[in-house]
Write a protein that binds this ligand. Sequence first.
Ligand code: NAD
Length: 254
Amino acid sequence: MNRLKDKVAIITGAAGGQGKAEAKLFAQEGAKVIATDMNGEMLLKTVKEINDELGGESVIAVQHDIATEEEWAHVFAKTMEKFGKVDILVNNAGMPGKTHENVWDIDTTETMRIVSVNLVGTLLGIKTVMPEMIKNGKGSIINISSAAGLVGGISGGSVAYSATKAALQGITKEIAIDVAKKGIRVNTVFPGLVRTPIMDSFSKEVTERTLSKVPMGFPAEPIDLAYAVLFLASDESRFTTGADFIIDGGFTAQ
Ligand SMILES: NC(=O)c1ccc[n+]([C@@H]2O[C@H](COP(=O)([O-])OP(=O)(O)OC[C@H]3O[C@@H](n4cnc5c(N)ncnc54)[C@H](O)[C@@H]3O)[C@@H](O)[C@H]2O)c1
């Protein structure tokens, strides 16, 4: 019940899927949560649902495009105004790419947007919270990548998605080493197939092909990822930094 007692967490992409499961689990474990998402309407519904179920106002909604630096400043200002500090950042929001028949046949505009969201958006989150975490001498940052950042053939035909998710591993390791002596930990989570709305963007064929290669034979539920993220957010993982957490039912073990 109290694994995150007195901690304040920012979770992006929390209107649904994994971010929603994390926001609820964090609140159940005693955290105050700033839940953000670009989809403001869905976010408000989700936050109300969580607060109604748990009782109280542990989760606050802030509409937010992670690719925009000014909007990160707004999220930070809201966090400080409401809760006075930030201990945890979960860089969970991410966007898929469209399926391209030839994976190299990219659309430049789409590619630049995926880079702005999945890669730059994650970096902007880290840039936003880091001075506060350094000031406090503690913090935990969790970057949500994808198994598509580790192996080929499962991005649904979007090389930009795979490339940006692979980049998150580099961002994690580089920053983890830089801030290791300042009490701040940075880790990457690599989900395999998870039953969330993003799965609907993959074609039926890609989903079935990927699922057929999952040794455990079923997709994860959002809560399966949320438990791993909870461990990394909590002090239980105090000796863990720069690490890869692969939660994929054995997919990349083959
Ligand atoms: N579901 C899977 O199979 C799977 C597999 C591997 C990795 N992932 C990754 O897990 C993370 C969570 O995805 P999910 O599975 O919960 O899917 P999801 O689609 O339910 O959640 C993604 C959320 O991010 C939000 N979002 C997208 N772009 C945004 C932006 N620019 N600013 C703010 N919010 C934005 C969306 O509105 C959505 O609510 C993503 O980074 C995704 O790439 C998912």
